[in-house]
Design a protein around this ligand. Structure first.
Ligand code: CIR
Length: 514
């Protein structure tokens, strides 16, 4: 309550920003459909990144308290201001320097941790407002400006969140920019909480995946991420940015027989469809990887395979079953691609190295739990009934490098924690294997994973702190065009507590061909 009235009685007048799509010469306020720059296409993990969706940590992250941290899928509570100023803002500056350099070149000095951050705030007139590095919050406020969409979206969210009808009506009075913030953070500007925050919305990878020119929407396994999927549905189906792609949005169904089964008779993996983007990798133009994990069910993986084959999007689907453990979550927590012929991965789930040997010794003395195994099955379109089993991750990844991507140099593996016990597991936990490729051979990772960085150096990579790289760029000593074989280290003390890395914090919409 505020001044004897409920805060909702006095909607704020938030500053409005123009739509992301009104950056160019089109009439102000008129959203542009189907411009060539809105093209969506991702056919590899390492083609030059040209456009992506992100979400900067919002005020909802500051609402995570110890008793809810686990329910909200955080390992700890985070210091929001430090996470933004000292960490995430560097991620944004690096992304802009590579994807939309005019926004930051020559301005880096004034955009440090001591700035007023207006440049980084999607609701501020000074926001960088790029159509290459796009905050999903801006897309949400764009669609909320539409008088037909707004009440429907509010009603859907209020139904999911079980709010009163009165709140529904009052939310409708908010300015679209402020309303987007409320729907994401769950709280009003005066800090009144209406529903839970969406602290994991920063991990945009998990809400959708671009498969060539199609978009696969996710079905989160965890309650804490349900509202994200609802927002994503509205954004992808309603925002003009995706107008040309509405017929190319893929949603996976649930197993209809499961609705008739008693809860006790339901084997979740065989009946439920849950799928998160961290388990889907568009690894080469005709090959899709799908993880079966704590978050993605076997049933969902099968549905994805059925649909992408039916739409002729790929020829090969490889299903990788990983142990259902919080440590691993999605396949992109155990491996990502660095370069056409280079991968980073967790040794204990792979074939080689100390970590793997240790696992074998433990299994020798203790009975082996098969559900702990990593299993890989490859399915070829038209021959789905004859899957091929692949023995280990290295064999699969080497085959992709050589045969799908035409790598001519030897395939190399960089292991988490340099494959030294116990650093492999320690650093995987803080996302050493979860890297985002900005271009072939140039990736962003977390600075706290020092042993993994050592392994990168040993493999001939330059390892450079984000702040130092920005200085080099500003001085003209390096540039996004010329830089090669580099691990860019992002400050990560706070970000890593949320249990996702740069791969998770990105939803690539457009990559160059490889
Ligand atoms: N692709 C990913 O691995 N995303 C990381 C998600 C972290 C988030 N805290 C979660 O548990 O869902």
């Amino acid at each position: 309550m505020k001044n004897g009235k409920h805060a909702l009685d006095t909607p704020t007048t938030a500053v409005t920003t123009d739509s992301i799509l009104t950056n160019s010469s089109a009439p102000k306020g008129q959203l542009q459909e189907g411009r060539p720059e809105n093209r969506i296409n991702v056919s590899s993990e390492v083609g030059t990144l040209k456009r992506l969706l992100i979400h900067s940590p919002d005020r909802g992250l500051g609402k995570v308290i110890p008793s809810k941290a686990q329910d909200w899928l955080f390992e700890d509570i985070v210091h929001l201001d430090m996470m933004r100023r000292d960490e995430y803002d560097y991620y944004v500056k690096i992304l802009l320097y590579f994807l939309d350099p005019d926004k930051v070149r020559g301005r880096i000095d004034g955009l440090g941790p001591d700035s007023d951050r207006s440049f980084f705030k999607p609701d501020h007139p000074g926001y960088f407002k790029s159509d290459k590095v796009i905050d999903i919050q801006c897309l949400l406020s764009d669609i909320l400006a539409d008088d037909e969409i707004r009440p429907k979206l509010i009603a859907s969210i209020c139904a999911v969140e079980r709010t009163s009808f009165r709140i529904q009506q009052q939310l409708n009075q908010y300015d679209p920019v402020e309303l987007a913030k409320i729907l994401i953070s769950g709280s009003l500007p005066d800090r009144t909480m209406l529903f839970a925050p969406l602290p994991n919305f920063i991990f945009t990878r998990d809400i959708g995946i671009v498969i060539n020119d199609h978009i696969l929407l996710n079905k989160p396994a965890k309650m804490a991420r349900t509202r994200e999927a609802l927002l994503a549905q509205y954004i992808f189906f309603q925002h003009p940015l995706f107008a040309d792609y509405r017929d190319k949005i893929i949603e996976i169904p649930d197993n209809e027989y499961a609705f008739l089964l008693a809860e006790a008779d339901t084997d979740r993996d065989l009946t439920r469809s849950t799928l998160e983007g961290g388990d889907v990798m568009m690894i080469s133009p005709r090959h899709l990887l799908v993880g079966v994990s704590e978050r993605t069910t076997l049933y969902a993986a099968q549905q994805v395979m059925r649909l992408v084959f039916a739409k002729n999007l790929v020829d090969t689907v490889t299903i990788i079953k990983i142990p259902k453990k919080r440590d691993y979550m999605h396949i992109d927590t155990i491996f990502t691609q660095v370069k056409r012929n280079v991968w980073v991965l967790l040794g204990s789930l792979a074939r080689l190295g100390d970590e793997a040997r240790k696992r074998d010794m433990l299994h020798f003395f203790a009975p082996k739990d098969l559900s702990e195994d990593l299993r890989i099955m490859q399915f070829i379109k038209g021959l789905e009934h004859k899957p091929i089993e692949i023995e280990n991750l290295e064999d699969l990844l080497a085959d992709i490098s050589k045969n799908d991507l035409g790598a001519t140099e030897p395939v190399r593996f960089i292991y988490s924690g340099n494959n030294e016990f116990p650093f492999g597991a320690r650093e995987q936990w803080t996302d050493s294997c979860n890297l985002l490729a900005l271009k072939d051979g140039v990736v962003i990772g977390y600075d706290r994973n020092e042993k993994t960085a050592e392994a990168f150096r040993e493999a001939g990579f330059d390892v450079v702190a984000a702040v130092d790289l920005l200085t080099r760029f500003e001085r003209g000593e390096s540039s996004p065009e010329t830089i090669e074989n580099t691990l860019i280290m992002l400050p990560s003390a706070e970000l890593s507590r949320a249990r996702g890395g740069s791969h998770c914090m990105s939803l690539p919409l457009l990559r160059g061909d490889i």
